[in-house]
Design a protein around this ligand. Structure first.
Ligand SMILES: [Zn+2]
Length: 501
């Protein structure tokens, strides 16, 4: 994620006039998607999709007014843990939009509340009982244990009430944002399923890679931007049916609007789409930046592994939000270019290379914040890179000088969990800004060549898995740069200055 006004805010260059602006219709989008639904060709820098993943099959029917969704979801789950399971834990993030919820997604009363009402829950065809605690954590009590190595079919039928707000899930000015809306299986770790309480600070999500087949039924005029590849679109008298396939993704999200237009292009075999409301000017410059970000980091880190990548300009409280194959961009942001680079980079770190966003948010956020500026160095604009990194340092220095004396308890340790920070500002300064200064330090110490090699190794070794602090340190150690002592110094707060590269 990126907050609304990151410290590195700047104005998008408005002088670039693209001679060939291609606005394609929904029919052309479909043609592109059908042609590219197969997996990308493997090549140098390609990472392999894992086998035997859990399978999510989701059927969604959207009401014409975009306020309710009927959901039928089947998960083919395989118990790959070391013990038989008597219960399963799922997250119902949509419940954070309920009126009176204990842990809410909204800061102030939204124009309309939302939530997910479970109508039926079965495991292997039999009804099971369930309980919900802390707003979003649902535990299914199984009638019979799922033995090690066994498969189980878990079915949910639910009605989702869409809140009226401009958050990860919500309807705002005719744009439907649908992030983290469906029941998501929790991660089994250290002998039990994780039960992470929803938090407005940070991204309280920790999800495993899975395969998704999603069918969306909706009004034929609705334009949908989604994770994965839209492999077919069929039309009935009063509805259309969109089929979406996504292999090896961390989560599924979509946005929809009756007024979306789209820019389309292709980068290294990946189809790229930029959706935007038809009342807005086409985001040509942001689209070019997204394409260039894919190109630059395919080269440095390794290939973006999916056949398509979509961006969508939406009504959004935050600057942007990442999902596998789809990113949300705040349509009115003045620093849209920075947001586009940041969210696109999350495809590598946060999505393909997963990490614990609850307890180790810095692993993706601090790295992505640094790399968003590193993009300029790699695009031949070293002056901009230095300016932006200098700005980050100044922002942080000012924060320490002005805020720390007011709140001496303020935490500067960027490796803490999202719950440790008392405000979003404190979280942002510690994890994004100070965390990215640590990577300045790493970059200065390792040098550009070793830094790039370590990043590539880190990506290749941890693609489709969860990376940890140790995985990052190992990647640098393998490339003969031990950064463990440096991280220790930053964690213990003994670093007060850093060397500008
Ligand atoms: Zn982010």
């Amino acid at each position: 994620m990126i907050l609304r006004s990151p410290p590195q805010a700047f104005t998008i260059c408005g002088s670039v006039i693209m001679k060939k602006l291609i606005l394609i219709t929904a029919i052309l989008i479909l043609m592109c998607c059908v042609l590219t639904a197969c997996a990308k060709n493997s090549g140098d820098g390609a990472v392999e999709l894992p086998k035997n993943l859990n399978e999510y099959e989701i059927l969604i029917s959207i009401s014409d007014d975009l306020r309710t969704l009927d959901l039928k979801q089947t998960i083919t789950y395989t118990n790959t843990e070391s013990k038989d399971l008597n219960s399963l834990v799922f997250y119902l993030y949509a419940n954070a939009f309920r009126e009176g919820a204990e842990h809410t997604a909204y800061l102030s009363r939204p124009a309309g509340y939302g939530g997910i009402d479970m109508l039926s829950v079965t495991v292997n065809g039999e009804k099971v009982t369930y309980s919900i605690k802390n707003t979003t954590i649902m535990t299914l009590s199984l009638n019979a244990p799922i033995a090690v190595g066994e498969k189980a079919l878990i079915r949910f039928e639910a009605k989702i009430n869409v809140p009226v707000c401009n958050l990860r899930m919500g309807l705002s000015a005719n744009i439907l944002n649908m992030g983290s809306f469906y029941p998501v299986l929790s991660v089994f770790e250290n002998g039990s399923f994780r039960e992470d309480i929803y938090s407005r600070t940070g991204d309280p999500f920790y999800q495993e890679i899975a395969n998704y087949k999603v069918i969306i039924e909706c009004n034929p005029a609705l334009v949908i931007a989604s994770s994965g590849s839209q492999s077919s679109e069929t039309f009935g008298r009063s509805y259309k049916r969109v089929e979406i396939n996504a292999e090896g993704i961390r989560d599924f999200a979509f946005v929809a609007s009756y007024t979306f237009n789209v820019l389309s292009g292709e980068v290294n075999g990946t189809d790229i789409f930029y959706y935007y409301p038809s009342s807005d000017k086409p985001p040509v410059s942001a689209f070019e930046t997204a394409k260039n970000t894919l190109k630059v980091f395919n080269e440095i880190i390794g290939d973006y592994p999916y056949p398509s990548f979509s961006l969508a300009d939406i009504n959004f409280y935050y600057g942007g939000m990442e999902y596998s194959g789809l990113v949300f961009i705040n349509r009115t942001a003045t620093d849209k270019e920075a947001i586009v680079i940041h969210e696109t980079l999350h495809q590598w770190f946060g999505m393909v290379v997963g990490s614990d966003h609850v307890n180790s948010a810095w692993l993706d956020e601090a790295l992505v914040t640094f790399l968003s500026d590193y993009y300029y160095l790699k695009s031949g604009n070293s002056a901009r890179f230095k300016t932006l990194r200098g700005r980050a340092k100044n922002e942080y220095d000012s924060y320490v000088r002005l805020q720390k004396p007011i709140n001496p308890e303020t935490s500067l340790n960027f490796t803490q969990s999202i719950y440790a920070f008392s405000t979003a500002y404190e979280y942002s300064m510690a994890v994004y800004t100070r965390g990215s200064l640590f990577f300045d330090n790493v970059f200065s110490y390792a040098g550009e060549k070793s830094f790039d090699k370590a990043l590539r190794y880190y990506y290749e070794q941890n693609a489709f898995k969860f990376a940890t602090k140790e995985s990052l340190l190992t990647a640098f150690r393998v490339k003969r740069k031990d950064i463990g002592f440096m991280l220790d110094a930053w964690i213990s707060d003994s670093v007060v200055t850093f060397k500008q590269n």
